[in-house]
Design a protein around this ligand. Structure first.
Ligand SMILES: Cc1cc2nc3c(=O)[nH]c(=O)nc-3n(C[C@H](O)[C@H](O)[C@H](O)COP(=O)(O)O)c2cc1C
Length: 334
């Protein structure tokens, strides 16, 4: 209700202000697709900001929390492996334990927030591969597509679940991928005993080989670590959660200032398998900062100039830069 009221107030009479924001689907006169949710999304994105403090007496209703968590998991992920787990802390005792794993101002934030959501990145995503293949099979993927998924995913994330389905492929990069998968698949047990070190070594080898082969053909870019790979998808899920909470009229605060070893201990997280990319406190902010979209523009945190961040077709050409003014000096020289 809160989210709806907030959105209605912000939209108040604006729904039909532009052709692209009008309701309904379909295609507009200029061929552009109608964008019935564009203004609502802009309002939600602007409403989200890192809350400094929370009112401990204002809880997040269970159904709202569940919906936001479910939306969090709708985020895209590499090979749809969904390489994360999420621990939702609401119990007062556990909250205290978590709070004392935090640093500086984050301690108070966690103590006051009614909900603290701990995102955990799975450093062994190959363990998820069989289940994802099964899920994808249920959606009607062919066995060939599933074999390709298995082969490609295992090349990116580790040796487990590798498939020889691409061994016959003549492309140099694909042949190297198949060879790697076959070698590492053949030694699952030994490599498993070596744990993370073996996986890091494997990723390093693949990375070097792919970089060398890249001069001959396009090759997959292997992330520098399993953590880097898993963090990407985990952070997208975390962002979905924050936006969903904002849409419901609640506030969030993303935090990286914590002692991950203590966090894992407090929440009984398997030490080796998971890493902690982000913890998000959630609730109703009581820091006095206005968040309703219309007013919050004045309170928004600063951003680098648009032209500095966004480039057009080339790294060194700012997007939407005005045409350079006519250079009188150059003209005079002619
Ligand atoms: C990965 C990440 C880690 C962050 N860690 C902390 C933190 O430990 N403590 C904190 O007060 N804010 C933290 N923030 C919040 C940022 O300071 C904040 O997002 C940034 O200043 C922009 O402000 P805004 O979110 O209100 O737009 C973090 C944000 C991100 C994305």
């Amino acid at each position: 209700m809160r989210a709806w009221r907030c959105l209605q107030r912000w939209l108040g009479g604006r729904e039909h202000s532009t052709a692209r924001s009008g309701g309904g689907g379909g295609v507009g006169a200029n061929g552009a697709r109608a964008a019935p949710h564009a203004e609502a999304l802009a309002a939600i994105v602007r409403r989200r900001r890192a809350a400094r403090s929370f009112d401990p007496d204002k809880p997040v209703p269970g159904d709202v929390l569940r919906e936001c968590l479910a939306l969090s998991a709708r985020a895209p992920s590499g090979f749809n492996l969904q390489p994360y787990r999420v621990v939702v802390v609401q119990d007062a005792y556990v909250r205290k334990e978590l709070a004392y794993s935090m640093l500086g101002g984050n301690i108070r934030r966690v103590l006051r927030a009614p909900v603290n959501v701990v995102f955990l990145a799975d450093l062994e995503p190959w363990r998820l591969l069989d289940r994802v293949v099964d899920l994808e099979r249920e959606t009607g993927k062919t066995e060939m597509e599933l074999a390709a998924l298995r082969s490609d995913a295992s090349f990116f994330v580790g040796w487990r679940g590798a498939s020889a389905s691409r061994d016959q492929d003549a492309e140099p990069a694909a042949a190297a991928k198949a060879a790697f998968n076959t070698i590492f698949r053949g030694h699952d047990e030994e490599l498993g005993r070596l744990g993370g070190a073996a996986q890091t070594a494997e990723m390093g080898l693949k990375r070097g080989l792919m970089q060398a082969l890249s001069h001959i053909t396009q090759t997959p870019t292997i992330n520098s670590s399993a953590e880097a790979w898993a963090f990407k998808s985990s952070m997208l899920a975390a962002q979905n959660f924050m936006l969903a909470m904002a849409a419901h009229g609640y506030d969030t605060s993303p935090m990286e200032g914590f002692d991950a070893r203590r966090v894992k201990e407090a929440l009984s997280v398997p030490e080796d398998r998971f890493s902690v990319p982000l913890i998000i406190s959630a609730g109703v902010a009581d820091d006095g900062i206005v968040t309703d979209a219309e007013d919050s523009k004045d309170n928004a945190s600063p951003r680098f100039p648009f032209e500095e961040v966004f480039c057009a077709d080339s790294f060194d050409f700012p997007m939407y830069r005005r045409a350079p003014p006519a250079n009188k000096d150059m003209e005079n020289r002619k």
